[in-house]
Design a protein. Sequence first.
Length: 279
Amino acid sequence: MSSRITQLPALLLACCTLAACGGEDAAQPTAAGDSRLTELAEGVHRSDDNVARNQYRNPVATLEFFGLKPDSHVAEIWPGGGWYTEVIAPYVNDAGQYYAAHWDPDSETEFVARGVERFKTKLAEYPELYGNTKMTVLMPPDSWDLGPEGTLDMVLTFRNIHNWMPRGYTGEMFTAAYRALKPGGVLGVVEHRGNEEIDQDPRAASGYVNQAFAIQLAEAAGFELDASSEINANSKDTKDYDTGVWTLPPTLRKKDVDREKYLAIGESDRFTLRFRKPT
């Protein structure tokens, strides 16, 4: 039996009792809050594979840097399979609100429709953790819903800019995030960091995005850069692979070719940026 199985009773108890801690205390980033993020990041509701990626994706430190609190109203752009959802949604389930700004469940594209259905199945498996989650449809160019406009404390996006660039709506995505946030709200961005000595490919075919370019995009939408962090940096990443960032784990696009070499490098070098909507 996995050692993480024994964490479930305490985890669910924490979820069910958090609502009793309302008021100003619930909004403070206390030591207990930090412990709860760690508990969720390592919780039994997460697969062993997802927990193993904590060493590269640093969810606790990243979310603390962004300023996530138990009463935050937060939207995650394109949560995919829900890797970060597993930490964020339970953390705010009782005192705050998590919006999964996902794809269109009615899409005629099978990949898209199946992805949304898998995400819903994940939520249904642990209603104690995800019961308050709300799903919206963020599917350009027709749907831009991240949640009630002007009300969110935080919008988060993890490794998505390179997906927006070849589709031509990068600027619109940043603008949609700006509209959703209340004044003073935070936009948190993590992305594969490109080589600043190389001009930015407008389609980001390698999966890498230059940090300065990302900052320009956010500022063009009205955001102000509040802080940057090296939480998710990886100096071993040379960023020069012929199959792009997907050469590295977890994708390992080359399969068994130089597999140990790429495993030793680990996941990509990533920038972590915190922006604010001006007050």
